[in-house]
Ligand binder design. Structure first.
Ligand SMILES: [Zn+2]
Length: 281
């Protein structure tokens, strides 16, 4: 038997043009040069909305117009909106000027629909981004979100308890919050849901070893679930290890639909509606 069967293309899942990739880094240096093709493949695969993440003023200033112009010139193309924030990896390089740019952008650009991705990442703790720096920037951005009444998108890696503690101290329970790239189990998912928050699942949910994550996916109410790529990272099966792009969101949705015993088109559409509602599109 041939062992190198071609991988399924995202279009072959034939999902309706109603889903969303709720977390994409389109300004990656490998995706940006082929952005028109990336956007049309997404649209032809059923992705009707892409939430793009801007992490520094430099990249926002350089690429926001280009991304919007490219989408406007493509047909079909997904709708695009932005989130903007200081990632825990970037805070050591942040200064007051960077902060002023962030506040100005969030206040004045109507396409910036949330503050994110913000949070804590113990992976960067050793070496260059100590928690003594990460935590004050995280709190400052949470307070800005409250002040401007914006949703937040959370990045939390190996910092589960501390992230919860800060979110609690900053009064975020019950406020619009999306837990990006959720990688926990059903108990952890329940804790997020109990606070009224949303959960986004990425390609890791399709990996064979992550059965506990798929079990968690089964308990997420239909109106609290989103799908994302976090592209260019973490492509889902059957494209694991390759360059990820928004079109591949469909594989994660189809995998979780199978896990929940649901029609993939129904889950895809519901999760897309959740993203549109959450990001005010
Ligand atoms: Zn990200």
């Amino acid at each position: 038997m041939p062992s190198s069967a071609p991988r399924a293309l995202p279009q072959s899942l034939a999902l309706p043009f109603a889903g969303a990739d709720s977390h994409a880094h389109l300004d990656d240096e490998r995706l940006l040069p082929q952005l028109a093709d990336v956007l049309s493949r997404a649209a032809l695969s059923g992705v009707s909305l892409i939430v793009h993440v801007f992490l520094t003023h430099e990249r926002y200033a350089a690429n926001a117009r280009f991304i919007l112009d490219t989408a406007a010139a493509s047909c079909p193309a997904p709708d695009i909106c932005f989130i903007r924030g200081l990632h825990p990896e970037d805070v050591p390089r942040a200064d007051e000027e960077e902060w002023e740019h962030l506040v100005e952008a969030v206040r004045s650009d109507p396409l910036i629909r949330a503050i994110g991705e913000i949070g804590l990442d113990a992976h960067y703790e050793e070496g260059f981004s100590p928690s003594a720096l990460q935590e004050p920037w995280f709190r400052r951005q949470l307070r800005l979100a409250r002040e401007l009444d914006k949703p937040v998108v959370i990045h939390s890696r190996d910092a589960w308890e501390r992230t919860f503690q800060i979110l609690d101290e900053e009064g975020m329970s019950g406020r619009p919050l999306l837990w990006h790239c959720f990688g926990g189990d059903a108990e952890q998912a329940a804790r997020i849901l109990d606070n009224g928050w949303h959960i986004a699942l990425g390609g890791a949910a399709t990996f064979k070893a992550n059965a506990a994550l798929r079990e968690a996916a089964r308990i997420i109410p239909l109106d609290r679930l989103m799908f994302e790529t976090d592209c260019p990272y973490l492509a889902p099966m059957p494209w694991r290890g390759k360059l990820n792009e928004p079109a591949f969101t469909v594989f994660t949705a189809a995998c979780i639909a199978g896990e929940r015993g649901m029609d993939p088109a129904e889950l895809w559409t519901a999760a897309g509606q959740n993203a549109r509602r959450f990001f005010g599109m």
